[in-house]
Design a protein around this ligand. Structure first.
Ligand code: NAD
Length: 417
């Protein structure tokens, strides 16, 4: 069966529409939320190492700022396109509202393949991107962060470029920075940490002992490798992991600390001798208790959802499950920790980082993690209340919480008349 719902922007619109209808809200709520407030497409020219000029296309989308300045990551990936960035910005709006953060949703990116660029080229590209969007971002306007193929070093170049343009250090511009220039303790691990925290809580409610669970993780980047490491250290058996070149499987469990070290030295997972090679498609269908899709969108579709054997899908990636697949998983009794909650640990600790930058007072890692768990727990409880009240999936319940908050903010601000 062909999946008709692969366009993430259309999916994000549909989710808001359903939430507005279920809550019986004013039609104006959907009219405002169905598209971003602002969409910028910019040309990003930069000088290659051989002296030639190349121009990539960059984007920054600000979806809705009813609750505060927009916030969201920057993705460097060949598939980046305007509809994807719009959808990711809309999902950020939902995430921030669900977590009770004083932010709206934004997102950005550049359509490029970082594997084809040297470090110097990535630095020049990153600085030029900031020059292209500097007038529309800022600590009280729109605050970027890392996403796929961007990292603390890239954030450091970007905050430096912005600070040079403005003539003053502006660390609150961007989050996910290195610690030494105003990064937060616990930020690098925050998304994986939040994902494990939320999934463990759901597993406990379902009578699954997380510390004995068998887990497969798709994507071994910032989110997937941290989630795998934390789960492994909690005693869970991580039987499979993968990256864009393929996966590894060992039915007795993989030593994740050893594999992280292998990847650090070899730069990818291929050739690791203590596990069998498998494909990304095979990984998704393994007999496990918990599956963490932590790579890209549209991985679990109408084509493979029936073959998913996990009892819980903990979404680390944004949009890894299509709506048609969601319905199939629901019918099979598979519980899904929706992305808007599952990966919200990142933006939550980004918020903590921004608070620390604004107050110039820095917290311990324990304090960060304690507050992260507090925010995640509160959001889970709010989501569960809507799940029980309306008898809908956890994803729909998360949208109900967020849409209700957004509607309240837009109503008191006088946007709905
Ligand atoms: P990353 O670049 O650090 O890692 C991405 C991983 O996915 C890599 O291991 C890569 O090899 C793998 N990958 C890429 N294409 C793949 C494919 N087609 N099949 C299988 N694996 C593939 O990125 P990240 O920051 O870990 O982000 C992963 C997901 O989590 C994205 O959807 C992102 O939007 C989401 N996310 C990230 C954060 C964060 O704090 N980093 C926060 C919220 C959501």
């Amino acid at each position: 069966m062909a999946d008709t719902s692969l366009n993430p922007f259309v999916r994000a619109q549909q989710s808001f529409k359903e939430a507005v209808e279920t809550l019986g809200l004013e039609a104006a709520v959907y009219e405002i939320l169905k598209q971003p407030m602002r969409t910028f497409e910019v040309a990003v020219p930069f000088v290659r190492d051989d002296g030639t000029l190349q121009v990539f296309t960059g984007y920054r989308v600000q979806h809705n700022d009813a609750l505060g300045p927009t916030k969201g990551g920057l993705r460097f990936h060949p598939d980046v396109n305007v509809d994807e960035v719009k959808a990711l910005a809309m999902w950020m709006t939902v995430k921030c509202a669900l977590l009770g953060l004083p932010y709206g949703g934004g997102k950005g990116g550049i359509a490029c393949d970082v594997d084809q660029l040297s470090e110097g080229e990535i630095e020049r590209l990153s600085r030029e991107y900031i020059r292209a969007v500097n007038l529309v971002i800022g600590p009280d306007k729109d605050i970027p962060a890392p996403d796929v193929s961007t990292n603390p070093q890239i954030m450091a170049w970007m905050v430096d470029e912005y600070s040079r343009i403005r003539g003053e250090n502006t660390f609150g511009l961007i989050t996910g920075k290195p610690l030494v220039i105003g990064g937060s303790r616990g930020r690098v691990e925050a998304t994986g940490h939040g994902l494990v925290f939320a999934t463990r809580q759901l597993a406990t409610e379902m009578g699954i002992d997380f510390a004995r669970a068998r887990i497969a993780v798709q994507g071994f980047g910032n989110v997937g490798s941290v989630a795998a490491t934390i789960a492994y250290r909690m005693g869970a058996s991580v039987v499979a992991v993968s990256d864009k070149d393929g996966g590894l499987y060992n039915a007795s469990g993989i030593d994740i600390d050893d594999l992280v070290e292998y990847k650090r030295v070899n730069r990818n997972l291929a050739g690791y001798a203590k596990a069998e090679p498998i494909t990304n498609a095979q990984l998704l269908e393994l007999p496990v208790d918990i599956l963490f899709p932590a790579a890209l969108e549209n991985q679990i579709t109408a084509d493979n959802a029936l073959r998913i054997q996990a009892r819980i899908v903990g979404e680390g990636a944004n949009g890894p499950t299509t709506p048609e697949a969601d319905a199939i998983l629901f019918d099979k009794g598979v519980m899904v920790v929706p992305d808007v909650l599952g990966n919200a640990g990142g933006v939550t600790v980004s918020y903590f980082e921004w608070v620390q930058n604004q107050s110039r007072f820095y917290w311990s890692e324990e304090e960060v993690n304690h507050r992260l768990e507090e925010y995640m727990s509160r959001a889970m409880a709010d989501m569960h209340r809507m799940h029980e009240r309306f008898g809908v999936t956890l994803r729909k319940a998360a949208y109900l919480v967020a849409t209700d908050r957004l509607a309240q903010a837009m109503r008191v601000r006088g946007w709905l008349k």
